[in-house]
Design a protein around this ligand. Structure first.
Ligand code: HEC
Length: 112
């Protein structure tokens, strides 16, 4: 019967689509932004995914990298002051600040 084999063909295409979608999902998970080493220190407050672990801790995920770089440089130079962040930022090199900023910006572009 022609109709039955059409349905089977359609089912086959549908399953192929599912398999492709699953493969794409796996590929983008593999491309998840890689945390720079210093991010371990930030996770206690800003969360392993860049989402603050409490109301006093701002989310960093998805924030613009330029903004994060400026905030961290300002904390480091003393232009911006915070009991915790001024100390944290003093331990970072400019390269580490750039890496962390790129990382947190990229985290916000992950599918939720
Ligand atoms: C012990 C908790 C703690 C740790 C650890 C910590 N932070 Fe923070 N961070 C804070 C708090 C609290 C603020 C808010 C400061 C303020 O009000 O200005 C903040 C603010 C920031 C901001 C400014 C956000 C904004 O929206 O203006 C950035 C950027 C930041 N932290 C990055 C980092 C990075 C990168 C690390 C790791 C190297 C880190 N923080 C580690 C507590 C922490």
């Amino acid at each position: 019967m022609a109709a039955a084999s059409d349905r089977r063909a359609a089912w086959g295409r549908w399953r192929l689509g599912l398999a492709l979608a699953a493969a794409c999902g796996a590929a983008s998970a593999a491309e998840a932004p890689k945390a720079p080493p210093k991010a371990v220190q930030c996770a206690a407050c800003h969360g392993p995914n860049g989402i603050g672990t409490g109301p006093a801790f701002p989310n960093l995920a998805g924030q613009k990298a330029d903004y994060l770089v400026k905030a961290l440089r300002d904390f480091r130079s003393g232009k911006r002051q915070d009991e915790v962040m001024s100390v944290m930022a003093k331990g970072l090199t400019s390269e580490e600040i750039d890496e962390l900023a790129q990382y947190y910006e990229a985290l916000g572009q992950q599918p939720k």
